[in-house]
Design a protein around this ligand. Sequence first.
Ligand SMILES: NC(=O)c1ccc[n+]([C@@H]2O[C@H](COP(=O)([O-])OP(=O)(O)OC[C@H]3O[C@@H](n4cnc5c(N)ncnc54)[C@H](OP(=O)(O)O)[C@@H]3O)[C@@H](O)[C@H]2O)c1
Length: 339
Amino acid sequence: MKAFVVKAGSTTFADLALVEKAKPIAGPGEILVQMRAASINYRDLLIPLGRYFGGTVTADIIPMSDGAGEVVALGSGVSRFKLGDRVAGTFFRNYIDGPPAQVERPALGSPVDGVLAEYVVFNQQDAVLIPTNLSYAEAATLPCAGVTAWHALMVSGKPVKAGETVLVLGTGGVSLHALQFANAAGARVIVTSSSDEKLTKARLLGAVATINYLKFPLWHEEVMRLTNGHGADCVIEVGGAGTLKSSMLSLAYAGKIAMIGVLAGFTGDTNPHPVMLKGGSMHGIFVGNRAMFEQMNRAIEINDIHPVIDRVFTFADAAQSFPYLQSQSHFGKVVISFI
Ligand SMILES: NC(=O)c1ccc[n+]([C@@H]2O[C@H](COP(=O)([O-])OP(=O)(O)OC[C@H]3O[C@@H](n4cnc5c(N)ncnc54)[C@H](OP(=O)(O)O)[C@@H]3O)[C@@H](O)[C@H]2O)c1
């Protein structure tokens, strides 16, 4: 079979290679999945650049955590799936339910092989049926980006409720999943972006208000103005230290900040004083577990939510998706189609 690999010691996208590998075989309790689509996340950029959790990969590894495909073979003892099922692997192996704990739960794409390969074997416990209303391309956006947004909104702290305000930073994959899930829950969503064109698209997607964070560097003041001084009940914080001060100053009383990303760098004013004054909370989010994935899939089906796909690359051109995502010209998700 054909697969992409990030070469050991990789520090550049040029170290991505398309190689021939032996087709994997489903062992006891495992399913063989013919991949139909994958999607790229910000972390997939950091891995070949040698900047994910501090270092280069030490062995050749198949990239990307997020993908969907069809079950084409069953190992002995498989009961969760049948041939022909449309499935996605979970971001973490061995993470079914409950809070994070000190057990081994390796993530796809690093440190264990990911999904940018024609065939992938999953333990049956590490896969879910994809929503029936989604194409493979749409479902391929869910395992990391979708579950992270769902976890942040609906599982961590107090779940977002109808009538509350959700603030979403930027228009990348996690943020637009959050916009769609928050809309479905009846929340008012405010979106920030560096691009007026993307903000127009965000309004068409259901954002009630938008802020260009380049034109309004003190964008928390706009959040307060747009909410008549109430602030955001939930902030989808994908910027990290570089945006945290404004996120804290955007917070409503008893609001929550979901700490997710690092897009705005690792330095900034992270003094938590504003959270204290507001009686707010901050929640670390590291993707999520299989139970969250299955709960999210039910919500996607019931509300007929379709993830936002910006662009689809063919499998042969998958390496081009890396610099494309890095350019940040995308709105939503960038997908690789195997068909
Ligand atoms: N903790 C977790 O479990 C978890 C899971 C998934 C992702 N993440 C992290 O979350 C972040 C987002 O991931 P992603 O895959 O959604 O990324 P992505 O799709 O690559 O998002 C890129 C977009 O983020 C926006 N952005 C960049 N800098 C910004 C800033 N200073 N302020 C506001 N928005 C900014 C830009 O939107 P505009 O072009 O509209 O300005 C950009 O297009 C990354 O740091 C990623 O590592 C963490």
